[in-house]
Design a protein around this ligand. Structure first.
Ligand code: 5AD
Ligand code: SF4
Length: 454
């Protein structure tokens, strides 16, 4: 049979990028061929995101847009993967008649089998079941050609149940990946010439290996190993296994990050000094409604600890504005907290009610869109000032930069990142993509550092 071509389109977070790489690897192993041209594909896969209504709307529009391709290829397979599969389930078949495959984040191994089944017998298939032991630990994701940074997923799902967040419903409960497979993959990436690893999880501090299975099912009788591996232990093992690679991790949780993580970061030069530590809100009332399990005061103590142990650590953040019952006073407390921390950068969002979540069921989305937008603008403007403040502090310093590619500004310039994850632009000279070089920082905008090779 002629080899079938697949095209995959990705939406959402880094976890989704990593999952799409797993999907490509599964399909390549079964003889399918990836194409970058949607028109050439026999199979179109859309890896979806449900985090905010905007993301879902964009994807639904996109599916409508590709409908016409079915007119040219009768046997075209269109598959919906990822978070929206878990939310819409079978409804997708109804909303959009062209869809013939729906798979949630735990069922990607079934892709080749189901595709072949549809090719041979037609039909529509769905699997949105969560499998307690599925972490795809044996699958090496198919990564992009530029071998600089690789995502390595260390855990899947989330148990935190923040009241606004749909992730626990779309990705299931927390489960950690076998550390041996993680270390093997890191070593493999080093051999292949990659320079940097980003350890990924919805909440990396919750990493907990006890032999496999859901974290919530752990009790001392289910311990299948002699020792439990937690995140600081894993981070240290990774740093030691690939001492010549840069290590990053994403996302940390203020309620679960430990001093041990900070101490391991301090001990190993190859671990980048950057922590993504979403606060979501600066108001205790809102933090409690969000079920974030920390107070503003505890968060501030944590920030102080970070700067004490890692004085040059860069801290970034996620903030949601306009959550249910958020008053002007609560909003000002967020601005006030931002003024205290002065984040290096932040991702800032308007609250978007999500079905299935506690907030959707129990609270009123009672902040008007006009107010939400105004508050968001205030937050964005303040963050811009803080980013500039932080970047300016780098001027005059010599920093180690990993070169990632050619700058959009000019072909004579490269861009790369410093340890704190800031983007740095500099004249190429004799350097090459993938080199770790010293750059003297001369200037900055509110988002980028500008320097020269030292
Ligand atoms: N509305 C707006 N932002 C959200 N996030 C998660 N759920 C929602 C929602 N319902 C944001 C949080 C989280 C980031 C990944 O997305 O800030 O940290
Ligand atoms: Fe969502 Fe909270 Fe889990 Fe992050 S920690 S994925 S915001 S439930």
């Amino acid at each position: 049979m002629e080899k079938k071509k697949y095209y995959i389109e990705n939406y959402g977070c880094q976890m989704n990028i990593s999952d799409s790489e797993i999907v490509c690897s599964i399909l390549d192993n079964e003889g399918f061929i990836q194409t970058d041209l949607i028109q050439n594909a026999n199979i179109i896969l859309i890896n979806t995101c449900s985090i905010r209504e905007k993301s879902e709307k964009k994807i639904l529009l996109r599916i409508n847009q590709i409908k016409y391709l079915k007119n040219y290829k009768k046997n075209l397979i269109i598959g919906i993967l990822g978070c929206m599969a878990e939310i819409f389930k079978k409804k997708f078949f109804k909303i959009n008649k062209i869809v013939n495959l729906i798979l949630g984040p735990d069922s990607y191994r079934e892709l080749p089998f189901l595709i072949k089944k549809i090719l041979n017998q037609n039909g529509k298939y769905i699997n949105t079941y969560f499998y307690n032991n599925e972490t795809y630990s044996d699958i090496i994701p198919k990564r992009k050609k530029e071998k600089i940074t690789a995502f390595v997923t260390i855990m899947r799902g989330c148990d935190n149940m923040c009241t606004f967040c749909v992730v626990p419903f779309t990705r299931g409960r927390e489960k950690s990946r076998d550390p041996i497979s993680i270390l093997k993959e890191c070593e493999f990436l080093f051999q292949k010439g990659f320079k940097e690893i980003i350890l990924l999880g919805q909440n990396v501090d919750s990493y907990f290996w006890y032999g496999g299975g859901l974290k919530k099912n752990f009790n001392k009788f289910s311990l299948k190993n002699n020792t439990i591996i937690n995140f600081p232990k894993l981070l240290e093992l990774v740093a030691k296994t690939v001492p010549f690679m840069r290590i990053r991790f994403w996302t940390s949780n203020p309620n679960q990050i430990t001093l041990n993580v900070l101490n391991v970061m301090k001990k190993y030069k190859n671990i980048c000094k950057h922590i993504h530590l979403p606060v979501q809100s600066g108001s205790n009332k809102i933090l409690s409604l969000m079920n974030r399990k920390y107070s503003r005061e505890e968060y501030i103590l944590l920030i102080n600890q970070i700067y004490k142990i890692l004085p040059n650590c860069s801290i970034s953040c996620d903030i949601i504005t306009g959550f249910c019952n958020e008053s002007e006073k609560d909003h000002n407390e967020t601005l006030n907290l931002m003024n205290y921390v002065k984040y290096n950068f932040s991702y800032m969002f308007i609250y978007s009610p999500r079905k299935l979540t506690y907030a959707f069921k129990k609270f009123n989305d009672n902040v008007s869109l006009t107010i939400k937008k105004r508050r968001l603008t205030e937050i964005i403007n303040l963050q811009r000032k803080h980013s500039y403040y932080r970047l300016k502090k780098s001027i005059g310093k010599i920093q180690e930069i990993l070169i990632e590619g050619i700058s959009k500004k000019s072909i004579n310039y490269f861009y790369g990142r410093n340890s704190g994850n800031d983007i740095v632009i500099f004249n190429k000279k004799n350097s090459k993509i993938g080199n770790l070089i010293k750059v003297k920082i001369n200037n900055c905008t509110s988002a980028t550092l500008i320097g020269e090779i030292f």
